[in-house]
Design a protein around this ligand. Structure first.
Ligand code: NAD
Length: 265
């Protein structure tokens, strides 16, 4: 299938993690023929490694440091991409994560963490989108893929605020898709299930490593609820994201696409 990426310029946030979804998405966009894939992250040294890997695939690239929660850094980052490549056709909003492990009831949780969590996953994504949108409108073409989460359909003590921030992102996806459709801009969301990236680092912080048998038991218990009986991989998420970023899905907008082994049906 020709994904029609020839001549396209993409921007991927959260592309620094060397085991994360962002890098995998950026490399796949380059492999599938994008002319340029710009990458950004909080961590410059890491995102430069991703840019090196993109270059080896024959695509143009630029690595820019930006904290998505900082409007000024985001504006400057987007301007650097425009200066380098003249346009942005595809935006993959991947940067985000979970900032808390409040395995406690609401009355014992920390409000500052709630605010930080919403600021990262919802307002951070909105900041980047806000800065890119005028460039897409100008050319009457743009494709945005947000990375949501299957946690919007799972209920657990303490992960609620993360799930709420991602549910808000689902709604942002739908609202934006409705408003920007007439401007030639499509907006969709990929909602991943659990995959072994750096994502879970905060949840494991300060915990003694579990004995392998106990880890195995926990994994089996989790997978028993997954019809496809396996964890996800960054490649699973990249394949779905790149599919939605392509014109092959040119009549799809405002959708939340769960990529999670059937754990959300
Ligand atoms: N891995 C999972 O199990 C899973 C499941 C559902 C959803 N997600 C979502 O997938 C996305 C990617 O996460 P991942 O699994 O690749 O994790 P990861 O931790 O490996 O990568 C996340 C990347 O985002 C960057 N980042 C974090 N905060 C940032 C900020 N303020 N500004 C700029 N960059 C920032 C990090 O530096 C890192 O490179 C996140 O939005 C996460 O919520 C992950």
């Amino acid at each position: 299938m020709d994904l029609q990426f020839k001549g396209k310029v993409a921007l991927v946030t959260g592309a620094g993690s060397q085991v994360g979804f962002g890098k995998e998405i950026a490399l796949l966009l380059a492999k599938e023929g994008c002319d340029a894939v710009a990458v950004t992250d909080l961590n410059l040294a890491d995102v430069e490694k991703t840019a090196e890997a993109i270059k080896k695939l024959g695509a143009k690239t630029i690595a820019v440091k930006a904290d998505i929660t900082n409007k000024d850094e985001v504006r400057a980052m987007v301007q650097k991409v425009i200066d380098a490549f003249g346009k942005i056709d595809i935006l993959c909003n991947v940067a985000g994560g979970i900032l808390h492990k409040d395995y406690v009831p609401l009355d014992q949780q920390n409000e500052e963490v709630w605010e930080k969590q919403m600021k990262l996953n919802l307002f951070g994504t909105m900041n980047v989108t806000k800065a890119v949108l005028p460039h897409m409108r100008k050319q009457k073409y743009g494709v945005i893929v947000n990375i949501g989460s299957g946690s919007t359909h799972q209920y657990a003590m303490g992960v609620g605020v993360y799930a709420m921030s991602k549910y808000a992102l689902d709604l942002f996806t739908k609202q934006l898709a409705y408003v920007e459709g007439p401007n030639g801009i499509r907006v969709n969301c990929v909602a991943p299930g659990p995959a072994p990236t750096n994502f879970g680092a905060v949840l494991r912080e300060g915990m003694p490593p579990l004995p392998p048998e106990q880890m195995q038991k926990m994994r089996e218990a989790m997978l028993a609820n997954f019809p496809l009986r396996r964890m996800g991989t960054p490649a699973d998420i990249a394949n779905a994201t790149v599919f939605l970023a392509s014109d092959v899905t040119g009549w799809v907008t405002g959708q939340i696409f769960h990529v999670s082994g059937g754990s959300v049906i």
